[in-house]
Design a protein around this ligand. Structure first.
Ligand SMILES: Cc1cc2nc3c(=O)[nH]c(=O)nc-3n(C[C@H](O)[C@H](O)[C@H](O)COP(=O)(O)OP(=O)(O)OC[C@H]3O[C@@H](n4cnc5c(N)ncnc54)[C@H](O)[C@@H]3O)c2cc1C
Length: 475
């Protein structure tokens, strides 16, 4: 008898229906599978299929679901848009999946200089809402059209923005409303612009990997959108591109808002989508901002001068916004484009460099595939947020590998990522710290650090009902 059969699905459906309304609960196997898959290249196992999918519309309903789950010891998995790239949005055991998408209200309070949104609001919708009033959302993942604010804040990820320029999203979070795994609802932070000194529970939940509570509402400071300038540089090879970025920081240039790169192979594909002639070498795209367009241009020009010293070629400011958007899209849609064009499946890693070793690390990334027999026949496809020293080394796997091979290859790539980030004493700045990265966390920060996280988790979630498996690395 399977777990789905053992547990009375009808009872779950009825009892959750009493909390959220019957039309917002489903135990259909189709809905359950749909709500548990993610960008990983392999399927979910039969033994992982959720029992039920539920769409609460308020924090009180979420609280009731947690109380029900605790009483019956049923795991609960929170799911924003399911785009996380380390398996964290994938349940590893049957349970209740909470979809956050009904909780998507956004309110801009200009007179208080903050906005509030519910966790299911999509990053792209928040961006558009803020843009209408002249503000900028300091959050810009490649998935921003669909990724939810709850998923992003639980990761504290800034995506394409450079940390030296904007910091992390958490730096802008003034306060939160959180439903604890035991059902209590708490508020953290402030409605003022001065963030609390000392213990501020906001910091505990921002970037907590979905382990400690359900982030229901997020309050963030409004950030004025500044005039921007756009620049492009090509390089003869990836080592000189890395040296260019190093030079920019050594020259004390004002950090760019965005700085992305693509290796030559990747850039060729990107340029092909936009019907542009092939680039002469690896490409670096950047955006700077300033109080005036002139100031933004000045910052971009200083950076281009640093690149020139490192061997950058065809360096220029891009003044035409339409032309810029075309160039930027070559990088933005690259992952999906590669998969659509080839029918293959892309697996991804995130190697975080430190500044001193950036050129050396770039070189090691170029031959990362040679470190595993499973990857040795696949050339690394490289792109990433180079202004934040992040290198995504990706591999395109053929569409006809077995599920087992996809799993094995994905795990190997996370292992190689872990070896690199451990070797250079860095740490991934995206996709969270656990799930496929639990072993890295222990290797990098020690068993004691891992035990501290476990103790915090069990203090807040004594029955381990919230997102079990992430901390244990079971996805
Ligand atoms: C094409 C593509 C491009 C991407 N680009 C980037 C990028 O540039 N930078 C980057 O960092 N990431 C990127 N990602 C990864 C991903 O989009 C982010 O990790 C994002 O944070 C996930 O948001 P989500 O709504 O999909 O969350 P989900 O995948 O649904 O959930 C992620 C984790 O957050 C938890 N969670 C979700 N909502 C809540 C909540 N309300 N309260 C508590 N926990 C919650 C979940 O349980 C899960 O553990 C990309 C993914 C794709 C597919």
């Amino acid at each position: 008898m399977t777990i789905r059969e053992e547990i009375h699905l009808n009872t779950i459906q009825r009892e959750l229906g009493l909390i959220v309304g019957s039309k917002y609960v489903s135990t259909s196997i189709f809905e359950c599978i749909k709500s548990s898959i993610d960008p990983m290249p392999y399927e979910i196992k039969k033994s992982q299929i959720p029992l039920s999918v539920v769409l609460p519309g308020s924090k009180e309903e979420v609280s009731e679901i947690f109380r029900y789950a605790n009483k019956n010891t049923i795991p609960v998995f929170i799911r924003g848009s399911g785009t996380q790239l380390n398996g964290a949005s994938r349940p590893h055991t049957p349970g209740i999946v909470i979809l956050t998408r009904r909780m998507n209200r956004i309110e801009v309070l200009e007179d208080s200089c903050y906005f509030e949104c519910e966790c299911g609001a999509r990053c792209g919708d928040v961006t558009k809402t803020l843009e209408k009033s002249g503000y900028f959302l300091p959050l810009y993942p490649g998935s921003r059209v669909i990724a939810s604010m709850g998923g992003l804040i639980s990761n504290n990820t800034s995506g394409h923005l450079t940390d030296p320029r904007t910091g992390k999203p958490g730096d802008y979070v003034l306060g939160l409303e959180v439903v604890l795994p035991t059902g209590e609802i708490i508020e953290t932070g402030t409605t003022g612009l001065r963030k609390p000194a000392g213990t501020d529970l906001t910091k505990l939940f921002v970037g907590s990997d979905g382990l400690l509570g359900f982030i229901y509402k997020i309050r963030m400071r409004l950030v004025p959108a500044l005039p921007k300038a756009y620049g492009i540089s090509y390089f003869p090879n990836l080592t000189s591109l890395a040296k260019g970025v190093q030079q920019m920081y050594l020259d004390k240039c004002s950090p760019p808002l965005f700085m992305e790169f693509m290796s030559l192979d990747v850039a060729k594909l990107g340029f092909e989508i936009k019907h542009m002639p092939p680039p002469p070498g690896p490409v670096l795209l950047m955006v700077t901002d300033g109080e005036s367009k002139e100031e933004a241009r000045k910052k971009a020009n200083s950076i281009l001068s640093s690149f020139k010293k490192a061997g950058g070629i065809n360096l220029e400011l891009v003044e035409n916004e339409e032309e810029w958007n075309k160039l930027w899209e070559t990088r933005e849609v690259i992952g999906s484009y590669i998969m659509q064009k080839t029918g293959g499946k892309l697996i991804n890693s995130e190697i975080s460099a430190n500044l001193k070793s950036l050129p050396k690390i770039m070189g090691e990334c170029e031959t990362l595939n040679l470190k595993s027999p499973l990857l040795k026949n696949f050339p690394p496809l490289m792109f990433g947020h180079i202004g934040a020293l992040t290198i995504h080394v990706s591999f395109l796997l053929p569409p006809d590998l077995s599920d087992e091979k996809y799993r094995e290859t994905t795990d190997i790539l996370f292992k190689l990522e872990s070896e690199m980030n451990s070797k250079y004493k860095t740490c991934g700045g995206e996709w969270g710290q656990f799930s496929k990265r639990k072993d890295f966390f222990i290797q990098r920060y020690g068993q004691k650090s891992y035990d501290i996280v476990k103790s915090i988790k069990s203090a807040l979630d004594p029955n381990n009902i919230l997102n079990p498996g992430i901390l244990e690395g079971l996805r």
